[in-house]
Design a protein around this ligand. Structure first.
Ligand SMILES: [Zn+2]
Length: 326
């Protein structure tokens, strides 16, 4: 058996997989929001025991996917702004390693998802795959010639933080300037709208301005206003279309993949918009052939599958060599 987990800022999933990589069962739990350096590792352990049940002793290896940034060698989430408190690291694997003596593999959730999605299509001869998720943040992962790009600590292919605007108009949650995610992610589209309006770059007296004034503007409403023809939202999205295309093209140009898997709530809920308004704009930035664009085979479970498959395949770059305990 292989134990796999996917730990997000709000929820965590744990699944039990066969050696063949088949998902046998999976459970969803809440990610604790307080005292996270202790409660999150404990919650992960408890959920894992719940899922494994009497098969706990049959587990041969464990793969864990997590929000980053992380230190994969020590099994630690590093001061993640979305989850860690007061800048403390979270020794995510501390509970598991204390009670389950197996080999551990630890990787960024988007890298795990890229690996899982690659496994789903590799029989068709795909050797190079880019995975991009556009949701509250923008994340991604890359399989290059059948190897998952992981970087020195497991933070490779952080494509949400590529620079698409050297003027640095928007600041990113990570502290950097001009990052793709700071313009185009679900959490940041309303921030961009408010800043553009404040700088008199969008029309006043529109539905967009009213929504901002009453504090009700989220990404979903930005899209709805755009679809309804709100003039300020239309101008906002004329800018956003190029931002999306610039980010996507930069990643495509960097990795020369056969397949681009696009997912995440912002993309999936607005697929027609992306297909008709964004993807055609890629051509004006593109150096290489456009990859085949497809949706995730495993959907929300892609990181979980990827974590299990990385553990099964003993991916060296994701191996936990010195797990940090409490
Ligand atoms: Zn950033």
């Amino acid at each position: 058996m292989i134990l796999a987990a996917d730990v997000g800022a709000t929820n965590m999933r744990v699944g039990l997989f066969s050696e063949k990589g088949e998902l046998l069962r999976v459970k969803l739990g809440k990610t604790p929001q307080t005292q996270t350096h202790e409660t999150v590792p404990r919650a992960l352990l408890n959920l894992a025991k719940d899922v494994a049940g009497s098969e706990w002793s049959s587990i041969k290896s464990c793969g864990v996917a997590s929000i980053g940034p992380l230190d994969s060698k020590r099994g630690v989430i590093l001061k993640a702004p979305n989850i860690a408190e007061k800048g403390r690291d979270i020794p995510l694997l501390a509970g598991l390693t204390k009670e389950l003596d197996v080999d551990y593999y630890f990787l960024n959730d988007c890298n795990a998802a890229a690996y899982g999605e690659w496994w789903a299509v590799k029989e068709g001869g795909v050797k190079n795959l880019i995975y991009i998720t556009i949701s509250s943040g923008i994340g991604g992962g890359v399989v290059d010639n059948r190897h998952l790009i992981l970087g020195k600590q497991g933070n490779g292919a952080e494509i949400g933080h590529i620079v698409i605007d050297a003027t640095g108009y928007m600041d990113c949650g990570c502290g950097g300037l001009g990052h793709w995610e700071a313009y185009c992610s679900g959490a940041n589209i309303p921030r961009l709208a408010a800043k553009l309006l404040h700088d008199d770059r969008l029309e006043r007296g529109t539905g967009l301005e009213r929504s901002i004034e009453i504090g009700a503007l989220d990404a979903k409403q930005c899209f709805e206003l755009y679809y309804a023809g709100d003039p300020a939202a239309k101008r906002l999205f004329e800018f956003l279309k190029d931002c999306y295309a610039a980010g996507l093209t930069s990643v495509i140009n960097a990795f020369d993949a056969e397949v681009l898997v696009l997912g995440g709530a912002i993309y999936l809920r607005n697929e027609d918009f992306f297909n008709s308004e964004v993807i055609p704009r890629i051509d004006k930035f593109l150096l290489l052939d456009k990859p085949r664009i497809s949706k995730p085979v495993y959907g929300d479970l892609a990181p979980l599958y990827g974590a299990a498959l990385c553990a099964r395949d003993e991916i060296e770059g994701a191996r936990v060599t010195s797990p940090l305990s409490w």
